[in-house]
Ligand binder design. Structure first.
Ligand code: FAD
Length: 304
């Protein structure tokens, strides 16, 4: 319940404007959020990304946002992604750029999302970058897969994220596995009904690993995107993460010790770096999926 409440809070326009306008609340929450986000600007994200590249990590950058229902705002978001690609590309670092299709137009019109996506894919190609499409709630999955397949039919530098917790994950994998681009496998951040998904469990771990094996067997680049040590261990024992097309990808600020250990052992590792003024959306997700983070956030806010 608390988790659901946090996600609702994150999307409530009134609460959002209250936080943004509060001289007391905003800096306090922002201080706690900084554990998981790089900052509010692309300069913040690129700065951290370059720093992490120098330490041997690959990176994925996200300008945070979702469910934008105003066409002009979607176009502004796409322009911000273009500037981000230009800035990071010019810094000479190859990275992936992650985005929600509902941030760049899908809520308004699928064609708008596709137009923006295509523009971003072309710009990214100039710098050898890949655009990674994020997974959103299950009711959007068919539209997201459809747009991905259309883009991947023409461009190799676009990838897709699949959520292992959804019942449909295996059939989605069958549908997309013959297209090019990176496949990122996550457990899934959204609470889904029993009819749509399975909860965190041993069953989900087994499902995750089966999905990862199918993706890896295609020979396409694959991101094992989880902080679950038991999945890393199992993937290691099965010889999966040592394969040249496989990397482990984790979120900025979550279990950095674990990722460093994998990097030091010679495995390919990637860090996902989000930024943007909509940081509360992302921050409340991270709090809601792992309750001890609430205590961390309180401690972070209490720090002078
Ligand atoms: P869990 O079983 O949730 O957690 C395993 C362990 O990891 C926990 O016991 C804990 O030790 C640690 N952990 C997990 N979460 C946290 C946290 N917030 N804070 C501190 N420790 C934690 N989800 C989507 O729905 N769509 C996406 O497009 C998407 N993209 C992602 C991209 C990347 C690179 C990653 C790593 C995740 C992404 N996610 C996405 C989120 C994902 O679906 C999960 O919600 C998230 O990764 C937590 O699940 P887990 O796999 O780590 O396993």
């Amino acid at each position: 319940l608390a988790a659901d409440a946090l996600k609702t809070i994150a999307r409530d326009e009134q609460i959002k404007s209250h936080i943004s306008n509060s001289e007391e609340l905003y800096p306090l929450l922002y201080r706690a959020a900084r554990r998981y986000i790089t900052g509010e600007t692309k300069e913040d994200a690129v700065f951290q990304a370059v720093r992490l590249n120098m330490r041997g990590y690959a990176t994925s950058l996200e300008y945070i946002g979702e469910n934008v229902s105003d066409e002009r705002e979607c176009t502004e978001s796409a322009k911000e992604f273009l500037r981000l690609i230009g800035m990071y590309g010019t810094a000479g670092r190859s990275s992936t750029i992650s985005l929600d299709l509902s941030h760049i137009g899908m809520t308004v019109d699928e064609e708008l999302a596709y137009r923006h996506l295509e523009e971003l894919i072309r710009e990214a190609a100039i710098y050898g970058m890949t655009i990674m499409i994020s997974a959103e709630e299950s009711f959007k999955a068919s539209r997201i897969i459809g747009i991905y397949k259309r883009a991947a039919s023409s461009y190799p530098n676009v990838g897709i994220t699949l959520q292992a917790h959804l019942h449909r994950a295996e059939s989605d994998m069958e549908e997309i596995k013959h297209f090019p681009g990176r496949i990122r496998i996550v457990k899934g951040a959204f609470r889904e009904s029993e009819a749509d998904g399975v909860p965190r469990s041993e069953h989900l771990k087994a499902k995750y690993l089966r999905l990862a094996e199918t993706a890896i067997a295609t020979g396409r680049p694959v991101s094992i995107a989880t902080h679950d040590e038991t999945i890393h261990r199992e993937a290691r024992e099965r010889g999966l993460i040592a394969l040249p097309n496989v990397e482990v990808e984790m979120l900025y600020g979550i279990r950095p010790d674990l990722l460093k250990g994998l990097k030091d052992d010679g495995y390919r590792t990637r860090i996902y770096l989000p930024y943007g003024k909509e940081w509360h959306l992302y921050f409340f997700h991270r709090l809601s999926e792992y309750p001890p983070n609430l205590y961390r956030a309180i401690a972070d806010m209490a720090m002078p």
